[in-house]
Design a protein around this ligand. Structure first.
Ligand SMILES: Cc1cc2nc3c(=O)[nH]c(=O)nc-3n(C[C@H](O)[C@H](O)[C@H](O)COP(=O)(O)OP(=O)(O)OC[C@H]3O[C@@H](n4cnc5c(N)ncnc54)[C@H](O)[C@@H]3O)c2cc1C
Length: 436
């Protein structure tokens, strides 16, 4: 069912991206040619791969990073830009599986992940429109009760939250849709592609050799790893797989054992024409990023050039939903009636790597090959930390990596062919619940 079409659909979905239109990419890095040697080979040039490569090079290792397309052309260059503390799963899988102490360590690492974004922006002078502030919203009394629990949990974990409900909600967001909201200032937003390209520059400056248009089609395991592309081979002592949903598309034989543990789910974003700055300041005072607490969520924010970037919808197949632009514009107008008549200039999307329990799935295949996946739509900051943890582990300090590697993950029932209908059925139930 997925076959080549997932990669084709993924490429198509990046054709009209506001982010690609608002950056000047450098000339492509040359594809890999011939045989090369490195301490570590990294597969994938999104945040996870770039972060791992940067941290490994900073620890003195020689690193080759192989990217099938362009750096940041996957989810890392397309996402909502929402830089969020915590996990898509919440704390539950950590507390249930690892106990209170390691669950707390995992939480602290999610906060470190957001701090790491800011440290890198400062250290490597990455100009990526960083803004602080995050507003969580609920659109029904039932959802408001769940939101209150979320705010209480965050407070318990040390994040200050400003709670509002009823008419007061308009202080945080001027929308008739929401009945409760809270704001916290540890999370925020940025321009995701500018950040990815900044990380790539930092990695290259640290000595990482990046090759674009270099899909890894085979990976031989043994005392040494050998990663093969169409025209070259890298022999390395260690490897890091950070290929996200597209890894099985470009290299079906690279790591077939981890693919069934994530499900590619499509999500989409529209960007309006630039709006009156005064209108933006009225609709979302304080320029926060916003996200609701529905199962199929809406997430949105303003760009620095005052466009509304509105994300949402989902698809459980490679097929892009019909009338996407109109459907997204309608959804946006339900949230902000003032945006009913504005033009939508861009529409794009990508696939998130959902794990069964929505917790990140990091681990090893043998003792030399590491993998990072299952960010479940919460990966902007967490991928950076994941890269750091892999580098620590390769350098011989695996304690923090092993907190995550200790989590159990299950494959989606039905394997590659049937996981889509079974997940879609589960999602249908959650969507119905969203309407109550
Ligand atoms: C539309 C959208 C909105 C999102 N919004 C948010 C958000 O607001 N906040 C948030 O925290 N997260 C969000 N996410 C999730 C977040 O973007 C991801 O979790 C994160 O970018 C994943 O990074 P990555 O490095 O693992 O994967 P990617 O960025 O996808 O990078 C993987 C790279 O590996 C390459 N690759 C794959 N296979 C091979 C191979 N065999 N050989 C060589 N290269 C290969 C791919 O070409 C790709 O460039 C969103 C995702 C999407 C799609």
């Amino acid at each position: 069912m997925w076959g080549r079409s997932l990669a084709d659909s993924d490429t198509q979905l990046n054709q009209s991206s506001y982010y690609e239109a608002s950056v000047q990419r450098p000339a492509p890095c040359a594809p890999l040619e011939g045989d090369v040697r490195a301490d570590v080979v990294v597969v994938g040039g999104g945040y996870a791969g770039l972060s791992a490569a940067l941290e490994l090079a900073q620890r003195g290792m020689s690193v080759v990073l192989l990217e099938a397309e362009r750096v940041g052309s996957g989810a890392s260059g397309r996402n909502g830009g929402q830089t969020i503390v915590g996990y898509a799963s919440g704390q539950a899988p950590f507390e249930q599986q690892l106990g209170a102490a390691d669950a707390r360590r995992a939480w602290d690492m999610s906060v470190e992940a957001v701090d790491l974004v800011d440290q890198r922006i400062a250290e490597h002078r990455i100009d990526c429109d960083r803004a602080q502030g995050y507003v969580y919203v609920a659109d029904s009394p039932r959802k408001a009760r769940a939101l209150a629990t979320e705010a209480a949990d965050l407070q318990r974990l040390g994040i200050a939250c400003e709670w509002t409900q009823g008419e007061e909600t308009r202080r945080l967001i001027d929308s008739p849709r929401y009945v409760a909201a809270f704001r916290e200032n540890r999370s925020g937003h940025l321009h995701p592609l500018k950040y990815a390209l900044g990380l790539a520059r930092a990695a290259q400056a640290a000595g990482v050799r990046i090759h674009e248009h270099s899909a890894v089609t085979a990976l031989q395991r043994g005392p040494q790893l050998v990663a093969s592309t169409a025209r070259g081979r890298v022999t390395a002592d260690f490897g890091v797989l950070a290929g996200n949903c597209m890894l099985p598309e470009y290299g079906p034989a690279v790591a077939p054992e981890i693919a069934p543990r994530i499900m590619p789910v499509g999500t989409y974003i529209v960007a309006t024409e630039p709006l009156d700055p005064a209108l933006c300041a009225r609709l979302i005072p304080g320029n926060a990023a916003v996200c609701d607490n529905n199962f199929v969520l809406d997430y949105f924010r303003f760009s620095t050039d005052h466009r509304m970037l509105f994300g949402g919808r989902v698809s459980y197949t490679a097929k892009t939903p019909a009338n996407l632009k109109q459907a997204m514009a309608q959804r946006m107008a339900q949230v902000f009636p003032a945006l009913k008549e504005v033009a939508v200039d861009y529409v794009w999307g990508g696939f998130v790597d959902i794990s069964m329990n929505r917790a990140p799935d990091f681990g090893r295949l043998g003792d030399r090959l590491y993998y990072l996946q299952g960010f479940s739509g919460h990966g902007l900051a967490l991928t950076g930390l994941a890269g750091r943890l892999v580098a620590e582990a390769v350098a011989g300090q695996a304690g923090r990596f092993d907190v995550f590697a200790g989590l159990q993950h299950r494959a989606f029932p039905g394997g590659a062919l049937l996981r889509t209908p079974s997940l879609a059925l589960g999602m249908l139930w959650h969507r119905l619940m969203d309407r109550l």
